[in-house]
Write a protein that binds this ligand. Structure first.
Ligand code: MF3
Ligand code: CO
Length: 253
């Protein structure tokens, strides 16, 4: 199912992907406004479903390899692929990563944000800030004639230089008419390796960063990835097109 080829997109196709990604960005914006102590992650799921429908798009994750929801909602030590639940009620001090993808006019968009629930610890604030900034570093490396691993190195060097750790078991990916296309985009690696970046490549870049060790494990539900040491984890993601004019962040409003 995962396509391994790297499929270049024309400028017209990139504009079509921009529309899918704007749906993703708008839905995430609405979701962020609905994160507060007392909301359950299933409330967020329902909002996502409704807001996607309003925009004539389809959720990308629901049904993907049997995943049952529109959203991944990963709280605190959950890294990615946390599942919404009626009983999963957010409380002050939590952090939540909301990951959402949409399909519109044959193209996918994919993005994620991590947000605090009310007031959170200084450590949590810093984890969120460093993770968000590492994605910006990665985006700045997503330029024609650089190498794929320059993106990976940008994340790793930024994050490890600040005493946090990079999850290795999950990676970013190419995206287009499939949710997952080639190439895989790791968040760690030496610079100057891998394929050369070309205009027309569209990448979902998604650093997953832990406050403690980098190790993760998957729970018995087969989806939820959590940190092995129970420490906090954050996750940000953007869909980014490489163009002659530099990186074009399709999922940024
Ligand atoms: N952004 C994630 C990814 O690209 C979300 C996928 S969840 C899944 O892997 F259920 F669709 F697998
Ligand atoms: Co993704």
């Amino acid at each position: 199912m995962r396509r391994e080829e790297v499929i270049l997109k024309s400028p017209e196709e990139i504009e079509a992907m921009r529309r899918s990604c704007l749906v993703v960005a708008e839905v995430l914006r609405v979701l962020k406004e609905n994160v507060f102590p007392g909301s359950s992650t299933m409330d967020l799921e329902r909002i996502a479903e409704e807001e996607t429908k309003k925009r004539k798009a389809r959720p990308a994750f629901k049904g993907y390899r049997g995943y049952p929801y529109c959203l991944c909602t990963s709280v605190n030590s959950e890294v990615v692929h946390g599942m919404p639940g009626e009983k999963k009620v957010l409380k002050e001090g939590d952090i939540i990563s909301i990951d959402f993808g949409a399909l519109l006019n044959g193209f996918y968009g994919d993005a994620a944000v991590t947000v605090p629930v009310g007031a959170v610890s200084e450590d949590a604030v810093r984890l969120i800030e460093v993770t968000a900034a590492s994605l910006e570093e990665a985006i700045n490396a997503a330029k024609e004639n650089k190498h794929l691993s320059d993106i990976s190195y940008a994340v790793q060097s930024y994050v490890e230089g600040r005493g946090l750790s990079v999850v290795r078991e999950f990676v970013g990916h190419g995206i287009g008419r499939e949710l997952h296309e080639g190439p895989q985009v790791p968040n760690f690696g030496l610079p100057g390796r891998g394929i050369k970046l070309k205009a027309g490549m569209v990448l979902a870049i998604e650093p997953m960063i832990n406050i403690g060790g980098s190790a993760v494990k998957v729970l018995d539900d087969g989806w939820t990835a959590v940190t092995a040491d129970g420490g906090l984890s954050a996750h940000f993601e953007h869909t980014v097109a490489i163009t002659h004019n530099g990186p074009y962040v399709l999922s940024r409003i």
